[in-house]
Design a protein around this ligand. Sequence first.
Ligand SMILES: Nc1ncnc2c1ncn2[C@@H]1O[C@H](COP(=O)(O)OP(=O)(O)OP(=O)(O)O)[C@@H](O)[C@H]1O
Ligand SMILES: [Mg+2]
Length: 238
Amino acid sequence: MSEFSSLTVSGLNCYYGKAHILKDISLTVSRSEVLCILGRNGAGKTTTLKAIMGLVRPRSGVISLDGVDLTRVPAHKLFSYGLSYVPQGRRLFPDLTVEENLRISPLVRRGNQEVIREVWEIFPVLKERMRQKAGTLSGGEQQMLAIARALCMKPKFLLMDEPTEGLMPLLVSRVLESIGSLKARGLGILLVEQRIDAAFKVADRVLIMENGRIAHETTPQQLYANAEVLLKYLGIKR
Ligand SMILES: Nc1ncnc2c1ncn2[C@@H]1O[C@H](COP(=O)(O)OP(=O)(O)OP(=O)(O)O)[C@@H](O)[C@H]1O
Ligand SMILES: [Mg+2]
């Protein structure tokens, strides 16, 4: 079921109460690709990921994998289609150990050792800290655990909401490296970021959101060279 090659969102509109938050969002992420969504606070980035993950119900629009409609598939079933999500702010269980946080994945609970071996390979530091409570990990380690937990669902498409938030530069690089290696393993990654340098380092394509719309679509190379767009949509002077 999970050998789909692309995740597509078309014409997505979402509301919180009467507020029209997402306006006609369309995008496609392919396997072995990193699509990065940039945009100011409140632009609608998190809401876009939540809508794809079935956590916010769209008023209209379609979410699909190679034409298979997922729009009404409940959130807890999406992992069986190969979708996994690293929410903004990590959302770990602080009083559970590293290992127990990973055991929340049904695949790991069912004794799939390969999944957990892969995670230890990508994040050796987590293996060393297997029995430590998640709440006592450093910020960077917690972020790795949040990513690791999503990987325990063996996703083909991974949605990540600001995975580098609050991390020191060295750990930002570690997280970005791990995104690169997941892409090399064939995952399609939809990465929401505030950090433009992250987009420059790992993205294949970039979407810029403004006020609930996709205002601009570009490549990291073009964006780097486009002072006007950087200033207009991201408030960055260079
Ligand atoms: N549960 C909610 N109820 C009402 N409004 C909400 C809710 N969640 C988000 N919003 C509003 O929707 C808009 C988009 O929010 P969203 O979290 O998607 O932005 P974002 O681009 O992820 O911002 P940030 O960069 O700050 O994380 C904001 O104006 C926000 O206040
Ligand atoms: Mg957000």
